[in-house]
Design a binder for this molecule. Structure first.
Ligand SMILES: [Zn+2]
Length: 1082
């Protein structure tokens, strides 16, 4: 104890609870390896304090409060051993439990000591008849040692264990076999404190004085362990209460009285002592000295802990380890949420691999009842109590037992938002100030590009992009539906409201496979007049898709031909004859059928190398194993491959593997052996160039979208339009063709499947060298003979005069006036709601019944050169005679022959128009959109002259009827009794001439205003005439009469003083389709 020793810290001992009174320290101990002072309290709690400032470090309960205070603390490398009266407990220094022992033989434990085995074993003893040996590594009682003696203090000396008995003796115990080696009577009454170090035992104790009081002995007893003799006591007049041997100076001890007098004494020279005084308002209860000898801790009755030492160099251990402290909490980066550019995703979501519980599939979500409506407290207050419950007046606007529908405001919502009808948009546009686009045009609802971040195909349920879209019909029919809303691309979609529309996706991917497209178009340009020729129909369709450049088309002529093809019924390809097979299988069947048709029937064509294949591979592990059976036919060099597979459930997981479907494959056929490569392997083979390898590109695929119970299952197509572009682009351009919903999608999206709803159906690969080789030579080689061929050369009474190939060849600037008539082959399907509203599910289906085309210029301007009546395969449900002029007899073979009608199959009539179209003729007529739709042809705007557009002021919204225009401009009354397509075509032609006249004279605008003004005055109807004196028109006069031509030019004798039927014709004012006429007439 150096001269500068002083009290360096004093802290209150932490009370056992927040508001509890402080309790005294029950034991004190300096750690042997860290700068920690350990304490115990009366309730079994162990608390440690760090360093010279005694900062609290750990605190834990070593045993329950019932077991009383902590009696002694020992240390080893692993941690802290705490002794209670009935148990021993060990924890590491950070407070984590290592072991805890409670034993039946632990009753009144008082003390413990390490044994000969160092710190790996302790001996515990107390005022009980058994001592226990504990393995501190395992935390187990290993031995019971019976003893006749009870011990209250134990200290380990170099060789022995020194134990003080309650009676004032000290027993020297062998630390191996725990036998008492020596007994030494130290004090007459009791030992208060004892320490052993090196070769000495020092004790303080009490004696019984004459008045019956116990007094502290005024000396410290010393025992020499080396010689096993007691030495002369060291006097301490103040009364020695506590004593410690200095840990590093073998003969020095510190003795202290209860009131704080401290003497540092050399046992060998007791007369020289170093004295200090510790101050407390109370008595001192404990002293402990640090292993370094540089600090002393005291506890007093005021529940304080005092720390003494040299302020400049106080430390507890000599070569201690640093104290472990808690890791500093990670600093959270500051996020400025007011800043606009801060992404909300800065707050991370926990990573997860499995589907979150919150993402329940729809079929697992069931509706539960809503909580009952709250009863008005006023009603409750007025209820009267009876034995069986309460009763009161019914104040609701419902009957007594009627249940209120509290869900009524939750109307079922369609998953996909539908755009407004075109007529609605036009009306809104007219209402808004001039030049303001309709709101929808300002904010397009459907973004063109889908972000790559999260694939739609990975979603759990069918996302909007892949859902089936139903066409909605207003009273204006299908033309009022805004298809443009669903397709902003230049690639046309196909409408899905017709029978056999399931074929749409297959037709699309075939269209985007140049080999098939070229072959079909080349064939369609030949003289083929086979009614059932599907290749011709494909050609017509592909031409239409090309010309439409993004406008929605329909494959109605193709699907119609398919329906009547002799083989389609047997193969189950007709949607109208359902046989239970899933659509995906039907589509695969159709793909096989089409390819077979092409290769069998048209083998003289350029195209002869088509093979259709099916996969039957049992367990393909890789894509290469699926494809070979498709192509394994070395005799034929295959231009393209078509993969059709059931893609059964057992292979589903393979398709779900990302990147499983390659965009390119290479095939080597070597000695009849067949090899297929993709990816890096393919690259390698191409570099080596040893084998003759054929590379195929994926042009498109169809996928089955299984919407589960909620949505209709259907098929979609994904096509890489890059392969059919005029030039080779650098990258893939995948588009989704979900009927008329067309959108650019990332390659990954196209090639990713989803086992639960998106599975492949038909896949097309085409030989890579054919990519971007679109052959348009068919336009130059178009076989136009049909146009100049008169099928009724002998009849003199026919209504047309076929074009002469030599004198009037049709060409790119030939104007022809056209009008068609059609009949109804299916009634609209209408859903009636209980509220009186109706909804059209499928609109009326029309079939082309007559096409009339008249010359638009030349000597014979106005003379028809085509007047075809069409043989209709379907059952006609309504001839619409009052509008079409068509009677059942007109379409009857026998009667038609008598009347001189040119009754032909649809194919013939269609092909003539198609030839005119591709020769570049301009089609003139009134309201042609509807005609073209029924014909199923797309005529580019540059080739259309529509008088309903020429005589139209956009702001007025109203389009003018042919009848009204004829009356107002030509002073002619037409369509009085019935419609006649030749007359209508001619009328349109004459209106066009008037239009040119007005335009040349520069009075067009004035005339238009005048026409509308007249219309407003007459409600856009020609004046009503009396029914008297009207000759009933029977038929179009034959050309040979000469009257036709003259009548055609507006001076003829045909209907001159006509009457008009009330009703239908007056309504033909708008761009309306037939449904309106019908609905208003019926
Ligand atoms: Zn054909």
């Amino acid at each position: 104890m150096d001269g500068d020793w002083d009290e360096v810290a004093r802290i209150p001992f932490p009370p056992p609870g927040i508001r509890a009174l402080p309790t005294p320290v029950t034991c004190l101990a300096f750690d042997i390896s860290q700068e920690l002072l350990w304490t115990g309290n009366e309730y079994g709690r162990v608390t440690s304090f760090y360093g010279a400032k005694l900062q609290q470090y750990t605190s834990f309960k070593a045993h329950t409060s019932h077991d009383g205070g902590v009696l002694q603390i020992l240390f080893n490398d692993k941690g802290v051993i705490a002794l209670g009266a009935r148990g021993v407990h060990m924890r590491n220094r950070r407070g984590a439990p290592l072991w805890s022992i409670r034993h039946d033989d632990m009753k009144e434990l008082r003390c413990m000591s390490f044994t000969s085995k160092g710190t790996s074993e302790i001996l515990v003893a107390g005022e009980q008849e058994k001592m226990l040996v504990i393995d501190t590594v395992k935390g187990e009682v290993t031995k019971h040692v019976s003893t006749d003696h009870k011990y209250k203090i134990m200290r380990r000396s170099s060789r022995n264990i020194c134990a003080a008995t309650p009676g004032g003796s000290v027993h020297i115990i062998d630390s191996i076999n725990f036998q008492v080696v020596k007994m030494w009577n130290a004090h007459t009454a009791a030992i208060n404190d004892m320490d052993a170090q090196h070769d000495f035992i020092v004790t303080c104790g009490y004696s019984l004085r004459q008045q019956g009081n116990y007094m502290p002995d005024p000396f410290v007893n010393v025992f020499d362990l080396k010689n096993m003799v007691s030495m002369s006591p060291i006097p301490f007049p103040a009364g020695a209460a506590y004593v410690r041997m200095h840990p590093r100076m073998s003969t020095t001890s510190i003795v202290m009285s209860q009131i704080g007098q401290m003497h540092v004494v050399d046992l060998m020279n007791p007369n020289t002592s170093n004295v200090r005084q510790a101050n407390s308002l109370s008595y001192f209860s404990m002293i402990e000295i640090a292993p370094s000898g540089e600090a002393v801790a005291l506890a007093d009755g005021d529940c304080s802990i005092h720390l003494w030492g040299s302020p400049s160099k106080i430390h507890f251990t000599e070569f201690g380890r640093p104290v472990e402290t808690a890791d500093a909490p990670p600093t959270v980066p500051r996020i400025d949420f007011d800043a606009w550019e801060t992404p909300l995703s800065s707050i991370g979501m926990p990573y997860y691999r499995e589907v979150l519980l919150s993402a329940w599939p729809g079929n697992m979500v069931t509706e539960i009842g809503l909580p009952p409506v709250k009863i008005d407290p006023q009603v409750l207050a007025t209820l009267q109590e009876r034995e069986w419950g309460f009763y009161g007046k019914n104040t609701r606007p419902l009957r007594r037992n009627q249940v209120e529908d509290i869900r009524s405001n939750e109307s079922p919502q369609s998953t996909l938002k539908h755009p407004k009808f075109l007529s609605e948009k036009a009306r809104e546009l007219a209402k808004s100030p001039a030049g303001t686009p309709a709101p929808e045009e300002i904010f397009p609802d459907l973004p063109l590009v889908i972000h790559d971040s999260k694939l739609e195909s990975h979603k759990i349920e069918v996302p909007e992009l892949y859902q089936y879209i139903e066409i909605k019909y207003s009273k204006f029919g299908i033309d009022d539906f805004d298809f443009g809303y669903f397709n902003k691309s230049q690639y046309s979609g196909l409408q899905n409201h017709i029978v056999n529309a399931y074929a749409n996706p297959l037709l699309q991917i075939m269209h985007y496979t140049p080999l098939i497209r070229n072959i079909a178009l080349q064939h369609a340009a030949t003289a083929c007049v086979d009614e059932m020729c599907l290749l011709c129909e494909l050609g017509f369709l592909f031409d239409m898709l090309d010309k439409a450049e993004g406008e929605a088309c329909q494959a109605s002529n193709f699907t119609k031909t398919l329906s009547y093809h002799p083989d389609s019924g047997q193969l189950g390809l007709r949607e109208e004859e359902p046989h239970g097979a899933p659509l995906t299988l039907v589509l695969q069947q159709l793909a096989r059928f089409l390819l077979r048709q092409m290769s069998q029937n048209y083998s003289t064509m350029v195209f002869k190398n088509i093979q259709s294949f099916g996969t039957d591979s049992q367990s393909p592990a890789a894509f290469e194993e699926v494809i070979p059976p498709l192509l394994r036919n070395p005799r034929i060099s295959t231009n393209f491959a078509l993969a059709i597979s059931n893609f059964g459930t057992e292979h589903r997981h393979l398709w779900a593997t990302p990147g499983w479907l390659p965009e390119e494959i290479g095939i080597i056929v070597d000695n009849g052996n067949f090899f297929c490569y993709e990816g890096e392997d393919l690259k390698l083979h191409l570099q080596r160039g040893i084998h003759n390898i054929t590379v195929y590109s994926l042009t498109g695929l169809t996928a089955n979208i299984d919407g589960g119970k909620q949505q209709q299952s259907h098929l979609v197509a994904m096509a890489n339009v890059a392969h059919s572009a005029p030039a080779t682009p650098n990258k893939s351009q995948w588009y989704l063709f979900n009927d008329f919903h067309v959108k650019a999608i990332p390659t990954k999206e196209a090639l990713t499947f989803n086992t639960s709803w998106k599975t492949p159906s038909v896949i097309i690969y085409q030989v890579k060298s054919a990519n971007n080789r679109l052959d348009s030579s068919w336009k130059q080689n178009l076989d136009a003979r049909l146009l100049y061929l008169d099928l009724l050369p002998a009849r003199g009474d026919k209504t047309y005069q076929t074009l002469s190939r030599d004198h009037e060849p049709a060409g790119s600037n030939t104007v022809v006036a056209i009008d068609t008539e059609f009949v109804k082959i299916a009634q609209p399907e209408v859903e009636m709601h209980s509220d009186g509203n109706t909804k059209i599910i499928r609109p009326t289906v029309h079939a082309l019944a007559r096409t009339s085309i008249v010359r638009g210029s030349g000597m014979d301007e106005g003379v028809p050169f085509i007047d075809d009546y069409i043989l209709i395969n379907e059952k006609v449900v309504d001839y619409l005679t009052s509008y079409s002029g068509i009677t059942p007899e007109d379409l009857d073979k026998t009667v038609a022959a008598e009347r001189g009608h040119n009754l032909v199959p649809l194919k013939i009539a269609y092909k003539k128009i198609w030839i005119l179209l591709n020769l570049g003729c301009k089609f003139l007529g009134h309201g042609l959109k509807q005609d073209f739709r029924v014909i199923n042809i797309y005529v580019p705007r540059a080739q259309v002259i529509d008088t309903s557009d020429l005589f139209f002021i956009k702001e007025r919204l109203r389009k003018l009827s042919l009848q009204f225009l004829a009356h107002t401009i030509l002073k002619e009354d037409i369509q009085l009794h019935t419609h006649d397509s030749i007359e209508d075509a001619r009328t349109a032609l004459r209106l066009y001439r008037k239009y040119q006249e007005y335009a040349e004279a520069g009075i067009l605008e004035t005339m238009l205003q005048e026409i509308y003004a007249k219309g407003l005055a007459s409600n856009f109807k020609p004046p009503v005439r009396t029914a008297a004196g009207i000759p009933v028109r029977t038929d179009t006069p034959p050309v040979s009469d000469g009257a036709g031509a003259k009548a055609g030019m507006g001076t003829g004798t045909a209907p001159s003083t006509p009457s008009r039927k009330s009703g239908p014709s007056a309504l033909a004012l708008t761009p309306i389709s037939t449904p309106l006429r019908e609905s208003s007439s019926g």
